[in-house]
Design a protein around this ligand. Structure first.
Ligand code: KG4
Ligand code: ZN
Length: 334
């Protein structure tokens, strides 16, 4: 069985042809980072325009590179939610048009479900597990008991971790996306600045990151500071919070299996720390390959395949939504 997956929820345009027998057959991703760089964050209207500009040439390239005949596609998977609504609409319209022309079904996928299942592209994980999703739009903890069976445990009450990286980088005048820039700078610095770790000691799985950004703003405003040391201090505080809340989630749920996904899971300190932690505390840890941590269409194809096999099809009048909660989405059409 083959699917063509379409991902346009934010600032990456991505397409993938995926087979349930052979895995990914071809995959293209176009980052819009350069377009948004001058603004220090994603500009929704520019993002939608870039998707519109690039989808067709990218499909053409994908088909030429793989030599794959589009008529062999069994269904189209696409990201329905969550994301920037204009960007989602572009991807959904593209997927709908293909579905109509090829007379093949359309399968809606939740972007966060895609992130969770990015680890399955390398190796299936046994259930139940805790999923820590850390991306530009989300910082959430879920108990995952099966495909589509997601229980929300807690998450950020304000900024998402990736957003906090991006805003901090903007404050420091470093450009966009802030995550990889701060990750690299932090390697050259020491965590010498005292930054807050809001809610870290509380027995809740909720988190808060906006205070951290405010503290960074004060240091930047004071004039003289070391960019490297501030990056290292910011990153250390973020990782302390994520580590503490992940351990608490596993303890509360009585689960010793952790999946860490989303753009921030590409972070080098996160990867090292969580690996050490899993050895020290004795839990199984799964983090996708860096290429699959950030947005991609392979993860949408994998989740789409699972949905298709469960008989889930999008109705003809389906329309993207900026934010359907994952827990509710898991129960739709089932
Ligand atoms: O999952 P993703 O590609 O898109 C969303 O679904 O939001 O995540 C993007 C986020 C951005 O905020 C970016 O700064 C962050 O992931 N990111 C990182 C790293 N690479 C990307 N954050 C920290 N360290 C990194 N190496
Ligand atoms: Zn994402």
């Amino acid at each position: 069985m083959h699917t063509l997956a379409v991902e346009t929820s934010c600032d990456e345009t991505a397409l993938c042809i995926y087979s349930d027998q052979e895995g990914p057959i071809g995959d293209v991703i176009l980052s819009q980072a350069k377009v948004h760089f001058p603004y220090g964050g994603v500009v929704p209207e520019l993002s939608a325009r870039e998707h519109t500009r690039n989808l067709l040439p990218m499909l053409d390239k994908l088909l030429k590179d793989t030599g794959f005949d589009l008529k062999r596609i069994d269904f189209i998977s696409f990201t329905l939610t969550p994301g920037l609504i204009l960007s989602l609409v572009v991807g959904a319209s593209f997927a709908k048009a293909l579905s109509y022309l090829l007379k093949k079904p359309l399968v809606p996928v939740h972007h966060l479900e895609g992130h969770i299942y990015s680890v399955f592209l390398e190796k299936p994980v046994d259930y139940p597990f805790i999923a820590l999703i850390v991306s530009g739009g989300h910082t959430d903890l879920y108990l995952v008991e099966g495909f589509g069976k997601y229980t929300f445990l807690g998450g950020t009450l304000d900024d998402a971790v990736g957003e906090s990286y991006d805003k901090t980088a903007k404050l420091m005048g470093l450009g966009y996306p802030g995550g990889p820039i701060i990750d690299n700078l932090a390697k050259e610095g020491k965590p010498i600045y005292k930054l807050p770790r809001p809610m870290i000691e509380e027995e809740t799985l909720d988190m808060s990151f906006s205070g951290l950004k405010t503290a960074v703003r004060k240091i930047v405003g004071s004039g003289e500071y070391s960019k490297e040391d501030l990056a290292a201090s910011f990153q250390r505080a973020v990782m302390d919070i994520l580590e503490k809340k992940s351990l608490l989630a596993m303890e509360k749920a009585g689960v010793k299996r952790l999946v860490v996904v989303g753009g921030v899971s590409a972070n080098s300190e996160l990867r090292e720390r969580f690996k050490e932690l899993s050895h020290k505390k004795g839990f199984e840890l799964y983090i996708p390959h860096i290429k699959l941590s950030t947005d991609n269409a392979q993860m949408i194809a994998y989740a789409g395949m699972e949905r298709f096999k469960r008989g889930i099809r999008a109705p003809e009048d389906i329309n993207p939504e900026p934010n359907i909660p994952l827990e509710a989405f898991g129960k739709l059409w089932s």
